[in-house]
Design a protein around this ligand. Structure first.
Ligand SMILES: NC(=O)c1ccc[n+]([C@@H]2O[C@H](COP(=O)([O-])OP(=O)(O)OC[C@H]3O[C@@H](n4cnc5c(N)ncnc54)[C@H](O)[C@@H]3O)[C@@H](O)[C@H]2O)c1
Length: 313
């Protein structure tokens, strides 16, 4: 029998592409997209959609029962930069939505959960380069605190109640189909839009700020891959480190110049610089490689070709 999947927060940067990928794989009718707002025309037209508030347990339970949902992908969250402006709203959304989905698992109303964590779980005292899977964390942002707490709760629900929850710590994600939703790594998407439109970009991070990044196709592949992995092979139930590439604003500008020779970058760091300073510059994802065979395919060169090629169309 075909499984039935619910995506919560499906209209965001990742949710949109995840919905397309899951609909390709499992059939449009078996993948229910949901969000508190409507998504783009492609998403809305390609299969079932529900307006759903992830913080409302009863509403979530009703949709799960109605569509006989087996798996939930929880993508609703407030991201790092926005969460610094609305700390309590971020905490309520990021934590309550997770508890609601974990409790559906505990009550055996769903079989499997995907919930993303982030490199924001790390902090100033974390080893910055090749950050290990298990290390000092001490996040200093509201968003990072919510993600680290979320990881502990996922691990707890798995060991205490047998909930099959799976998670990866996404790095900054670069995509062209949907714009990013208020994170600290958003510059690495904006820069391509501005390069094509104006041949110049003012970056809100300093030139030498190295951060871990990933092209969206890799992030979606990792998500499907960890969800397809045999139960016993998913050994880490907090969240897996995940890595693809690491670069600075000046390095991405150099690569863009190869395609757009008159492109110019300038720098005007804002409050997001402090957030970036607290995050790793590169990530060791050997546990994900070992446990479920993770391997990234997109480096900065290939990502740039994809971004500029598709945004030009
Ligand atoms: N984009 C990245 O670079 C990145 C990196 C690391 C982790 N993540 C994580 O991945 C997940 C998805 O991120 P994204 O970039 O797609 O975010 P996004 O902001 O683009 O999308 C989030 C979606 O959630 C929806 N939403 C907000 N409140 C809701 C509610 N109460 N109920 C239902 N939906 C609600 C929004 O309308 C939006 O469509 C988040 O957990 C985020 O923390 C993202």
């Amino acid at each position: 029998m075909q499984k039935s999947i619910l995506i919560v927060g499906a209209c965001g940067q990742i949710g949109t592409e995840l919905t397309y990928a899951l609909r390709d794989k499992y059939g449009n009718e078996n993948v229910i997209a949901s969000d508190i707002r409507e998504g783009n025309d492609d998403l809305m037209g390609s299969g079932p959609f529900e307006i759903l508030d992830a913080t409302d347990y009863d509403a979530l339970e009703e949709v799960v029962a109605y569509y006989e949902i087996d798996e939930v992908y929880l993508m609703a969250a407030m991201l790092s930069a926005t969460a610094e402006k609305f700390p309590m709203r971020a905490w309520n959304l990021n934590m309550n939505s997770l508890f609601n989905v974990l409790n559906l698992g505990k009550e055996k109303k769903i079989e499997k959960i995907f919930w993303p964590s982030s490199i924001a779980v790390f902090g100033m005292n974390t080893p910055k380069s090749d950050t290990p899977q298990s290390t000092i964390m001490e996040p200093s942002t509201v968003y990072g605190i919510s993600k680290q707490s979320g990881e502990r709760w996922c691990d707890y629900y798995h060991h205490k109640f047998g909930v099959d929850v799976r998670s990866v710590r996404y790095p900054g994600l670069i995509s062209w189909k949907t714009k990013p939703g208020g994170g600290t790594t958003d510059y690495a998407v904006e820069i391509y839009h501005k390069a094509l439109a104006e041949a110049k970009y003012t970056c809100f991070l300093k030139a030498d700020t190295a951060l871990p990044m990933m092209f969206m196709d890799d992030a979606i592949r990792a998500t499907l891959q960890i969800m397809d992995t045999d139960y016993e092979k998913v050994k880490i139930r907090s969240s897996y480190n995940l890595s693809a590439m690491s670069f600075t604003p000046s390095e991405i500008a150099e690569i863009i110049k190869k395609h757009i020779p008159d492109f110019e970058i300038s720098y005007d760091p804002d409050f997001r610089q402090a957030i970036a300073n607290s995050w790793p510059s590169s990530i060791d994802d050997s546990s994900a490689q070992l446990d479920w065979g993770w391997k990234a395919e997109f480096d900065l060169e290939k990502t740039t070709e994809e971004m500029l090629g598709n945004l030009k169309k």
